[in-house]
Each structure stands twice: as structure tokens, then as C-alpha cells.
Ligand binder design. Sequence first.
Ligand code: URP
Ligand code: ZN
Ligand code: ZN
Length: 477
Amino acid sequence: MTTLDLVIRGGTVATATDIMQCDLGIKDGRIVALAEHLEGDRVIDAAGQWVLPGGVDAHCHLDQPMSDGSVMADDFYTGTVSAACGGTTTVIPFACQMKGGSLKDAVADYHQRADGKPVIDYAFHLIVSDPTPEVLETELPQLIQMGYTSFKIYMTYDDLKLNDRQVLDILALARQEQAFVMIHAENADCIGWMVQQLERLGRLAPRYHAASRPMLVEREATHRAIALAELVDVPILIVHVSGAEAIEQIQWAQNRGLRIYGETCPQYLFLTEEDLGGEHGFEGAKCICSPPPRDKANQQVVWDGLVNGVFQVFSSDHAPFRYADPLGKQIQGTQASFKYVPNGIPGIETRLPLLFSEGVLQERIDINTFVALTATNPAKLYGLYPRKGTIAIGSDADVVIWNTDQSITLTNDRLHHNVDYTPYAGMTLQAWPEVVLSRGEVVYQQGQFTAAAGRGEFLACDRPAYAKPYRRDRPVV
Ligand code: URP
Ligand code: ZN
Ligand code: ZN
């Protein structure tokens, strides 16, 4: 065997399916050996520690242009540094088409925003907000061919939402091109109507964001998205699922044999609507996101969904807006209606430590499920597997050695994002990465981030096998 550049020695290696007591050998940025007693130019001792694939965060927002004038706090540098320090080695943020704009231009602009900044590897999802004939017939097929094989569509937000007919157009295109569609499922008209009623009553505080989007708006849209996907016969993934009623819809569809996948996020395990505050004050704006966090009983149903396989993916939905900032949560001041508060919360760095501590170490999920949800499944769903998302011969050496013997009381100071708060401050975590490797390079070790801006590589995604229709031999009409 050729000399190894690096050996990770004596750890317990886990993938989505296996647990192995072995050394891991790395050469030229890739995993080339899994064996006992490996020797290399450099050795990292991992005795007594878990050695896992680096996380793939398949739903995060970095430096995404916003139509309300707000500005995301994290760009491709701070966002990816923060990701890496929390054990994530691949991110997939969104190149967002504005209504009236070109999707191709949005992708070009997003590459410029990334230029020279990412410290870990990255791919792009697309957001399609204006499916014109040009987009459907020319831009999307070309972009899919170029490695942008997944896109998110919205059933709510005035600046992004599609009507059902437009959703069908996108789903049909995805079926034809074997691309993968993620859907933000909330009923826009119900929300608009509820917002109007709440404002008439002078109910403007952040907590009313949750009241304006009760779970039935998510349940109804989830059911509708599933029906539209069934009509076209194409798999979809429902993103950021918040609680029982949407989960029931997904489970119902899965039980009928439909290829409906589900994603959830830390905010639905660890926050509740109480975090949106009371009648007075504005601090609750920190936890405004859509769908909103629900209650403790729903948190348990979300945990159950991670255990019983309803969910395939656990993402951060990192949407970073600073709190005390006129370009962030306070864009219209602290007396403004909840409807003006930019939606989203930060969590790119805390995603994995939270799930490891509260999921694996509290024995709610096993280590293989952790790897599947946070790395392997997203890599498979979005056409990056087996280069990313696993520990196997030939895969990129994106590896995390975990220290699970800690007692960290989380503070925002500890984190590397550019947001001025974390919603999880005060939680005590037992797990945090000790060493993070990206393509064989140590990017984080014992609390120090050590890599250069711009070393991250853009990843063109394959057409995902998961995007194949159920009956691809049959035309829809
Ligand atoms: O509130 C959220 N989730 N904001 C981020 C954008 C989105 O819909 O994912
Ligand atoms: Zn969304
Ligand atoms: Zn999102």
C-alpha cells in the first residue's frame, strides 16, 4: 500500500448501517483504507471516540438576497466556518430566483457571492419562484444538466409562492428531468387571512406569528402537496415539518406507497411557541420562523418521526438574521407587527451537537440513525452520495471525531456564526466535535478553526436516484 497521508487511529467508526472498530486511512483527501494497525505520515488518536462522516446540511440559507431589504448575517465564509465548527462538512444553500428575474442569473449571482469564501464543500439548491416558459423549457433543464438537480418551491410567502398549477408544472418538469423537489407547505391564503384578523385586533407581538400559522395551515398544504405529487407521480420532500398534523399526512402517504420524504429541524425538537414571547416585548422575534415551533407534545411526535422513519433528513434551516439590527429582525423596529419580522433562526453550528447530545446520548436514536439523518440520507437525496455522507473507500475524507464527554453550557460567544444570539443559549450539551476534517484537511481541532477561506469546492450534484418516479415506464397523461 502507498504511504497514507493521515491515519485516524483507534476510534469507533459508524456509518448509516455499520459500526466498526478500525483505523481510517486517508490519502489525497479521500478515504483509502479501513483496517487495523494502519501507519501514516500523520496520526490522530481517536481512541474511545466516535468517528463519523461529516454532516451534510441540506437546508441552510447563506447570503440569500431578500426582497424586504433585510440582510442575512452569514455569508459563505462565516456560515461555512460556523458549519464546520459544528461538524458539518457540506452545505447546500439556495440560489433564489426573484419573481420577474432569471433563474440562471440567480445562480450566477450566487456563485459570485460564494467566490473565495467557503471553507467546506458546497452545492446549490435552486428556489423557483417564477416558473415562466423560459424557466421551465430552457433554464431549468440546462441547470439540472449542470448539476443543480434539486429545487425548493413555496406554497406561501407573497414574494415566492406558487399556485397549484405552477406547482404541477414544476413537478412535471422534475419528473421529466429526474430532479428532486422540496416543498415549503403552508396555506398562504389562510395565513394572509389570519394575519389580517390579528392585526385588526391589534395583536402584533411576535407571539402572534404562531397564532397566524396554526398547524392546520401546514397540514392542509402538506396534504395538497402530496396530492399534487401523486397526480404527477413524482417523489417530493416536505421541508421543515413542525408537528403531528403534517407528520400524519406524510405517514399516511408513505403508508400508501407514495415516495414522500420528510425533513425536520432542531427548532421543532427544542423550541415551543412560548419562545415567541408574551403580550409585550420583542425578544420573541428571535424565534420567529415558519412553520413556527409548536408545543411539547408536538416535540415528542417529531422525535417519534425521527425514530420511526417518517423523516429522512434532519437539517438546520439556518436562516441568519441578527436581532439587534435594522437589517435583521428589527427591520421595521421593535413595535412593528410580527408580519414584518424576517423569518428564520440560526442553527448551522448547533444542529449536530444538539441531536448528538439529546438524541444519541439520551438514547432516543441510535448512532446509525444519527448518521443517516444528518449525512447519508441528505447526500443520497441530493445526488452527492457516495462522495459525501459516508465513510467508505473512495469517499471524500470528510470526517468528524466526536467528544461525547463534555458539559457545555451553550452561549452565543462560543459559536462562529455572525448572528447576535442563539435560541439554544443555556442548554447543556455533552457532545461537540473534537476534530473535523474536510477532504483530509483538519479544519477544526479542539476549539480552533484552522482552514483558509475559499478552500471549499463547488459540488455539481448528480440526478438523485431518489427522484425517480414510481411508475416511470408510464406517462402521467
Ligand atoms: O422561517 C424560515 N424557515 N425561514 C427560512 C426560509 C424558509 O422558508 O425555509
Ligand atoms: Zn421554507
Ligand atoms: Zn429554509
